[in-house]
Design a protein around this ligand. Sequence first.
Ligand SMILES: *Cc1c(COP(=O)(O)O)cnc(C)c1O
Length: 367
Amino acid sequence: MKINMVDLKKQYASIKDEIDAAIKDVVESTQFIMGRKVSDFESGCADYLGVKHAIACASGTDALQIAMMALDIKPGDEIITTPFTFVATAETIALLGAVPVYVDILNDAYTIDPAKIEAAITAKTKAIIPVHLYGQAADMDPILEIAKKHKLYVIEDAAQAFGTEYKGKKVGTLGTIGATSFFPSKNLGAYGDAGMVFTQDDQLAEKIRMIAAHGSKERYVHEMLGLNSRMDALQAAILGVKLKYIDKWNKARANNAHIYRENLKDANVITPFNAEYSTHIYHQFSIRVKDRKGLQEFLSAKGIPTAVHYPIPLHQQPAFVDEARSFNLPVAETVAKEIISLPMYPELTAEEIEYIASAITEFVGKK
Ligand SMILES: *Cc1c(COP(=O)(O)O)cnc(C)c1O
C-alpha cells in the first residue's frame, strides 16, 4: 500500500467546483490583494472563533512578528516560549532583537510546562508565547494567571490549532494576541502562504492592521514602521470556501486519531495524550518510540511515510545557540529524540490506518 503523509488532492477533489468558482471570481474581479474577499474571510474567522478582531496577513510567521511589533517588543526584551516548536516561534523573537527564553515542556502534552515559567521570569521579560502544539491547547489558565501577576503579554501561537478549544473557548482568542497560519498543510490551509492575527482589543487591532500595511492607515501616510504583509484575495477566497468545512475536517481527523489509538492499544509506543482542558484537532498524530530511525526505515519500505516534528529543540539549533545562556530542558530533549508523526489528514481511510498500525506493531512489538 502507498500512503501519503498529507493528501491535499483528495480534499481539493471534494470541493473542486466551489474552489474553482471562487478563484474565477477573484481573477475576473482583478482585485488581487486585500479587498472584499479578504475582509469577508476576516469576519468569517472572527465569527467562527468568537473574537472581536481578525486581521489577515501574509503568513503565520508574519502574524507572530506583527503581534510582537504591536506590543512594542524591543531589542533586549526577553520572551518566554517553548523550545519544542517550529522555528518561526523563536525566529521572529530573535529577528526583533529580543531574546527567546526557553521553558521545558510537559512530558505528556509536549506544550510549555506552566509550573516552570515563573522561574524564568526576569525584569526584562515582556511576554510569554505558548504554542498549541500538534492541534492541542497549551494549558492557558495558569499561563494567563502568571502573565497577569507579572504584567506580561501572552501571544498564542495557534498555527497548528485552528478550531481547537480550551475549556470551551477557541484558542487564539485567549491571550493578548493570537497568531495563526494558513500554510497549505495546516488544518485550514491556503493554496500558498497566508496568516492571521487575533485580538479582543480595539486599539491593538488598529495598530496590528497598520503594521501589516507599512505602518499606514491613510494611503501614503506612515505613522510607524511596518511590513508588507497583505493577504492575497485568491488565498482569502479559497480559505473562505474551506472555512465552511473546518469542523467536519477536524472531526474526521479526531476520528482517525481514535482509529489509530484503537489499533495501537497493545503496541509498545506512546500514543498522543489528550488533556481534559483541551479538544484536539490532530494537526499531527505523533507517537513516541525508542528506535525511531529503525521504525522510519521499516515503515518507509512498506510505503508508509513519516516525519519528525521536531528533531532538534530550538535551544540546540545552530541559529539559536546562545553562548551566554544555557538551558536545562531535559524533557524537550528526550521527546525530540523519540517523537515521530504518522500520516494524518481527514481523508485517510480506516483501512490505511489499520495497515499503518499493524506495521508499527510488527516493528515495535506488544507492550
Ligand atoms: C507553521 C507554523 C508557523 C509559521 O507559519 P507560516 O505560515 O509557515 O509562516 C509558526 N508556528 C508554528 C507552531 C507553526 O506550526
